[in-house]
Write a protein that binds this ligand. Sequence first.
Ligand code: 4NP
Length: 162
Amino acid sequence: MTRIRVLFVCLGNICRSPLAEAIFKHKINRNGLHQHVEADSCGTSNYHIGDTPDDRTVANALRNGVTINHLGRQLAVTDLQDFDFILAMDSSNYRNILGLPGAEVHKEKILMMRSFDASDDHLEVPDPYYGGERGFQEVFEILDRSTDGFINHLRQQLSSRL
Ligand code: 4NP
């Protein structure tokens, strides 16, 4: 059976989406879902192609027990075909994904990350880039909750496939 493929998307691919990818992988490696699911992340911009994640994101993740291992890449049209879930961190990312040529037919798989946040599913994952340490911890906590909600969603989907 083919694995479910998940893509996390933000603007720069150095703060929010590589962290979402790392938290998600950390959890699926622990709970065994990695046999059925794989994940990647990217940015809508070309600002940080090939770059390691932001030092502040890396340090904050480590303080929370999560290691990030990713190099920046830009969202590509082929991602629309290659992934089963494309999760946008904010509404600007969402609009940019939907703006790719041919994206309309893939609309169902393009979702907001926080639609899986049980504490508030209407909000965005805020961009921590220009803020302080508190912003990075807030983003970690939002992504921790949102990945939990998303994993529950995947479990339901997988139980009907297995
Ligand atoms: P991210 O944060 O989208 O969460 O990776 C940003 C990183 C870099 C920039 C903006 C946001 N930037 O303008 O370079």
